[in-house]
Design a protein. Structure first.
Length: 159
């Protein structure tokens, strides 16, 4: 059986934090605020994977009240999610993800984001799509108050 999961994440921008997307540190004067490294792209993929198998959300598995997760790489959290999915008979087939951000320009970094995600997910690079879209100045994302990401995954489940 093939199952589909949808993930979404949103974080505000804050001074004095690195901007990490898909495990790639992006040159920026502000980063995303959060308990972990606040990588919205990795979080959206993780949420989608958990959703595909009805395993709850990232907050349930990695609560922001737990000091072990303070500043942790979201790729590390994503590895744990992959382990949860595979332990339940799931095999990830593909990922399609989009980052929503007014700035900085992300297009040159998208291949590296896809590669890092593919490595963690155990997928060939041609099964991981990472795109960026501008909100065209609209809303909180257009005013550069934050960044968001969404992802869709397909997971084959045996048993």
């Amino acid at each position: 059986m093939t199952r589909v999961g949808l993930g979404f994440d949103l974080h505000s921008l804050a001074a004095g934090r690195p901007l990490v997307l898909g495990g790639v540190t992006v040159e920026s004067d502000r980063g995303l605020a959060g308990h972990s490294d606040a990588d919205v792209l990795s979080h959206a993929v993780g949420e989608a994977l958990l959703g595909a198998l009805a395993l709850g959300d990232l907050g349930r598995h990695f609560p922001d009240t737990d000091a072990r997760y303070r500043g942790i790489s979201s790729l590390t959290l994503l590895r744990h999610v992959v382990e949860l999915v595979t332990a339940r008979g799931g095999r990830l087939l593909n990922v399609d993800a989009t980052v929503l951000a007014q700035a900085p320009r992300l297009a040159p970094l998208l291949p590296e984001m896809a590669k890092r995600l593919a490595d963690v997910l155990g997928l060939e690079i041609d099964r991981v799509s990472v795109k960026a879209k501008s909100p065209e100045g609209l809303g909180l994302l257009g005013r550069q108050e934050g960044m968001a990401a969404m992802a869709v995954v397909s997971v084959e489940v045996t048993g």
